[in-house]
Design a binder for this molecule. Structure first.
Ligand SMILES: *Cc1c(COP(=O)(O)O)cnc(C)c1O
Length: 223
């Protein structure tokens, strides 16, 4: 297993407008430093406190992406430094992120997570709720967050057709939201979809941000 080789190989296949998030959850800081020394700067974690402790020890020019489910009472730990929060699934959460962003005198960029999978276990909003959120006055009144795109996870299945259809539907939603919603808090430009097992399918369906863990760092023992 060679992290920098894996990174190089994946990057060589990516169009230039696609951002690769190296998902380093559960992996030690030495592994992250290997990717860092190969020039990589975007890393993804799914636990806020794990991300915070890695942020404390590692170089400060790393961009940290929170890709997991976010509990409101933990937003404060990442508010000083998080680069992008992928899993926003309610107005309540957005409001808390806004509050913590104000405390830190910054604007925090977020993605709305949309449920596209045919599984109960996957988090995310339905289309009606996402669209009424982006349309609401209480959302437009928030001053310290910016919704810059959408995130989705496909069903865990071998059926590539199904995965492709789920990504396609999110891409269509993204396009239609982009024409419908644009204001001070909304600038939809990122479509975060695709992981180690399905990022090639995601790219074919219009993803411009992929979150890849095991194909870079090797299999995880848990999570
Ligand atoms: C763990 C995780 C990934 C990366 O998974 P791999 O299959 O290891 O690439 C991507 N997105 C989310 C939300 C994750 O939790």
């Amino acid at each position: 297993m060679n992290i920098s080789e894996n990174l190089k190989e994946i990057k060589s296949t990516l169009p230039s407008d696609v951002t690769l998030i190296a998902v380093s959850k559960t992996k030690p800081v030495d592994d992250i430093m290997e990717a860092y020394n190969a020039g990589h700067r975007n890393f993804g974690e799914n636990k806020i406190q794990e991300m915070e402790s890695k942020w404390e020890t590692l170089p400060k020019d790393i961009k940290w992406h929170m890709i997991g489910h976010v509990q409101r009472n933990k937003v404060k730990y990442m508010a000083p430094f998080v680069s992008l929060i992928h899993g926003v699934d309610s107005f309540k959460l957005l409001k808390e992120i806004n509050k913590q962003a104000i405390k830190n005198n910054r604007v925090i960029e977020c993605l709305l997570q949309i449920k596209i999978a045919d599984e109960d276990s996957k988090f995310g909003m339905n289309l009606a709720d996402a669209s009424s959120l982006l349309d609401s006055e209480e959302y437009k009144d928030l001053g310290a967050i910016k919704v810059v795109g959408l995130m989705g996870m496909a069903t865990f299945t071998d059926d590539e057709n199904q995965i492709s259809n789920e990504f396609k539907s999110l891409k269509n939603t993204f396009n239609s939201f982009k024409t419908q919603f644009s204001n001070d808090n909304t600038d939809l430009r990122i479509l975060s979809m695709g992981m180690s097992g399905d990022y090639k399918i995601a790219l074919k369906n219009g993803s411009n941000m992929i979150r890849v863990g095991s194909a870079i760092f090797g299999e995880r023992n848990y999570n």
